[in-house]
Design a protein around this ligand. Structure first.
Ligand code: ADP
Ligand code: ASP
Ligand code: MG
Length: 409
């Protein structure tokens, strides 16, 4: 069986017009004699009746008190509504199909409700339905524990459903259909002239995704990388081939187009708080007590910089008050800058390339953007900026590195 997994995101299934496009892509794959698994997200975005954000606000109607197990039950409904809707569209057009929930499709997770990890996929039932000639519609974003409890995979988790199923079924491709033409050099909602990348490696895509390019979930890319399943990120509204995410050896980049450095994009993570703690000289072990206390309370810290008399790090804004209270309990005084954004310049082989940081600071200084903190790795340089400077910073960096001209075609 030649199998393709097609995943349609929330906006792709939101309106009757968009669902006609879903039908079009399904018909096209069937005409090419593929067996087809279609993974769907909940319909629409914030404000739409059955969108995940809407379900989330229903779950909070009595405050943040809902138990995680019950929250997962509620959150899983959006994808079920969407799958049943697509099913009736296909039935109307005489395309034989069946809907399976994540659990029925064999997606087994651990019991970390609201952010569960897939531990195994048993594709037996999906295969059986494909053999019967059905288009198998699977509800994204959800799985089931070995005890039969419904779990969800964390926001954006339908991408993970698609690649996990693609891997288990040895699919030829996993197509991620969304509302942009492919992976771009920056979020096109922020940078109008962002360029579309024709091909990216799994590693490049992982870097972009982990640094905030939410077009595809990082876990989905990891699974595809481990199992070498090619992903195509494409627009539901067009027939363009989108961006191929694959292994380096399959990517043919002519030498003339290999750039001076291999920066491929700018990403952002808004809504983080910088915490700074200063002490007098001669105090020992206080850094250990701070990081240990954060870990004990399950607060993940990022962007850490440690000096003898000062530490700085970031936490998500919604954990800032809790973090500050913990630090005060240790007898220390935290200084908080809320609403910051981590902006990342992502590529490969950045470390050791002279001039990259110089260009970054030049671009930001020209725009009067203050760098609150910076760090670098082999693939990424991060700068922390005030939230109100985020858009300006992303646009300035995109311009400075000429990313609108980037083309690996
Ligand atoms: P879906 O509902 O289809 O899963 P998402 O909203 O999760 O869609 O992801 C698509 C969005 O990702 C786009 O609308 C775009 O604004 C955003 N995005 C962020 N960074 C990038 C990038 N580098 N390339 C393309 N899209 C990006
Ligand atoms: N509907 C879920 C969300 O909005 C999963 C997804 O869209 O991938 O996070
Ligand atoms: Mg998504």
């Amino acid at each position: 069986m030649r199998i393709i997994v097609q995943k349609f995101g929330g906006t792709s299934v939101a309106t009757p017009e968009q669902r006609q496009r879903v039908l079009h892509h399904i018909r096209k794959a069937l005409a090419e004699e593929y067996r087809l698994v279609v993974v769907v997200s909940a319909m629409g975005r914030k404000g739409d009746p059955y969108a995940t954000d809407t379900l989330l606000s229903i779950s909070k109607q009595y405050g943040d008190v809902i138990t995680p197990r019950e929250k997962d039950l509620l959150m899983s409904c959006g994808e079920i509504i969407s799958a049943a809707t697509i099913s009736s569209l296909l039935t109307k057009h005489e395309i034989q199909n069946c809907v399976l929930t994540g659990g029925q499709a064999g997606i087994i997770t651990n019991n970390h409700h609201t952010n569960a990890q897939i531990i195994t996929v048993n594709p037996k039932r999906v295969k059986h339905e494909l053999e019967k000639g059905n288009v198998v519609i699977v509800t994204g974003f959800q799985g089931q524990t070995t005890d039969g409890e419904i779990t969800t995979l964390g926001r954006g988790g339908s991408d993970t459903t698609a690649t996990a199923l693609g891997a288990a079924l040895h699919a030829e491709y996993v197509d991620i259909f969304t509302d942009v033409e492919g992976i771009m050099t920056a979020d096109p909602r922020i940078v109008e002239d962002a360029a579309q990348l024709e091909q990216v490696t799994y590693t490049e895509m992982c870097n972009l995704a982990f640094q905030g390019a939410k077009v595809i979930h990082p876990r989905a890319v990891e699974i595809a990388m481990q199992t070498q399943i090619p992903i195509r990120v494409r627009s539901t509204m067009s027939d363009h081939k989108g961006t191929l995410v694959t292994h380096l050896t399959e990517i043919d980049r002519p030498a003339s187009e290999v750039r001076e450095t291999t920066i491929i994009g700018i990403t952002q993570m808004p809504n983080v708080t910088q915490i700074k703690i200063r002490v007098n000289q001669g105090q020992y072990d206080w850094q250990v007590s701070v990081f240990k206390a954060m870990a004990d309370h399950g607060i993940s810290v990022d962007f850490i910089s440690v000096n003898p008399c000062e530490i700085a790090y970031t936490v998500y804004d919604d954990l800032a008050d809790q973090a500050a209270a913990i630090i005060s309990d240790l007898g220390l005084t935290p200084e908080l800058s809320r609403g910051c954004a981590k902006v990342s310049v992502v590529g490969a082989g950045i470390a050791g390339v002279p001039g990259v940081m110089a260009k970054i600071s030049e671009a930001l200084t020209e725009e009067d953007v203050q760098i609150l903190q910076s760090a670098d790795s082999h693939t990424t340089i991060w700068v922390l900026v005030h939230g109100e400077d985020m858009v300006k910073a992303i646009r300035a960096l995109h311009r400075k590195f000429n990313l609108h001209n980037l083309n690996y075609a």
